[in-house]
Design a protein around this ligand. Sequence first.
Ligand code: NAD
Length: 297
Amino acid sequence: MTQIAFIGLGNMGSGMCANLCKAGHDVHAFDLSAEAVKAAAEQGAKPAATLADAVSGAEVIVSMLPAGKHVLSVYFGDDGVASHAAPGTLFLDCSTISVEDAREAASKAEAAGFPMVDAPVSGGTAAADAGTLTFMVGGPDEAFAKAKPILDVMGKNIFHAGGSGNGQAAKIANNMLLGISMIGTCEAFNLAEKLGLDAQTFYDISSTASGQCWSMTSYCPAPGPVPTAPSNRDYKPGFAVAMMLKDLHLAAGAAKAAGAEIALGEMAEKIYEDLDSRGHGGLDFSGVMKDIKRQLD
Ligand code: NAD
């Protein structure tokens, strides 16, 4: 049993925290929302009134926060985690943040004597609740080895992607590809339909031919062929446009800093930005299909 402080009990963090409790760990939960802390307590966590309370006595800090600025301030701001944690406490941040912020956080942690890993996830709230997330981890070997048993409780596939920030790099490169492939899949189904093929016929052919991809076979944006896909429930998320846009912004920022050409990534960013600015941020990201069919304002 490990004493864990869990910070950030939102859509994702609540399920992850509950799984750590179920596995028998002593979890002290904190969030700015008192309601979220109460809900975590109902799932077996010890409610913490302050960040300092949560961190006191913890061997591992797990965080699941909205963005990089929250991570930097929670860990290294005035009265943050670093000013309360015992020397050597493992910092395990699962939030999706920029590679740059993740590396800044890791170097601040190292300078203060704390091992830290970035461990962003793939998989949504259902995977968080079920403990089947994929974790992409960046950080030194020793820190990864300490994080692994904790991550095993919350996830199914745990990858060590290399040094600090490499977890975030893997995540945003993967999600940029997902955004691009989803738009391409929508365009292909729409074109096939306009040329006289129904969705199932095109699916049967393309899913066993060279156009096959995850966006098609696991998350088909045309209603019908994949019954569990959001396209069968009027594109209710799933994974929302606003979340995809966040990841594409991170990819664009990282590509600029690294001097990497991402012509299609930038185009995908524009397409999701346009959907979001027209009030469709809450639509599933496969809802690009509706826009291509001119069914959205
Ligand atoms: P969320 O907004 O539901 O939860 C974030 C929680 O952090 C909130 O409860 C908020 O009150 C809390 N918080 C914010 N600032 C805080 C602070 N200073 N101290 C303590 N608590 C604080 O977000 P989410 O959907 O759970 O996503 C969390 C992270 O996971 C994000 O980085 C997101 O990009 C990533 N992610 C989300 C999904 C998804 O499907 N929701 C999938 C993969 C990755």
